[in-house]
Design a protein around this ligand. Structure first.
Ligand SMILES: [Zn+2]
Length: 117
């Protein structure tokens, strides 16, 4: 299952390779990667006035989340090694709003860091 998430992340054609896994009662509901696709819910206006709504992997699956779900985030570099996958503050605010109860993300060693919200 994690191999599937990694493959999705690595073949997304983006500079960064992230995969997010949404779980409900331990079962996988959705696997999402970061993408250049946009979604109106996640429009972001930068300080310089540019507007972007590229979906981060977390947002890609948050669209399907229900309160109480768990989120796992993995991030890789181009060679497939783990990179720190801590959700950015922008994603965290969406995660909190969605009522996600636990976030797990991989560090550089590939270990899971667990955040209870
Ligand atoms: Zn993010």
């Amino acid at each position: 299952m994690y191999y599937k998430a990694r493959d999705k992340a690595r073949s997304n054609g983006r500079q960064y390779h992230l995969a997010a896994i949404l779980r409900r009662n331990g079962k996988v509901v959705k696997i999402g990667e970061n993408t250049s696709k946009t979604h109106p819910r996640f429009t972001r206006t930068y300080a310089d006035g540019n507007i972007s709504s590229h979906m981060h992997a977390e947002m890609n699956v948050l669209r399907f989340s229900k309160p109480g779900d768990e989120l796992e985030v993995m991030r890789f570099n181009k060679s497939g090694d783990y990179v720190m996958a801590k959700p950015c503050t922008w994603c965290m605010s969406h995660i909190l709003k969605s009522g996600i109860k636990r976030v797990k993300y991989t560090n550089e060693e590939g270990d899971w860091i667990c955040l209870n919200l």
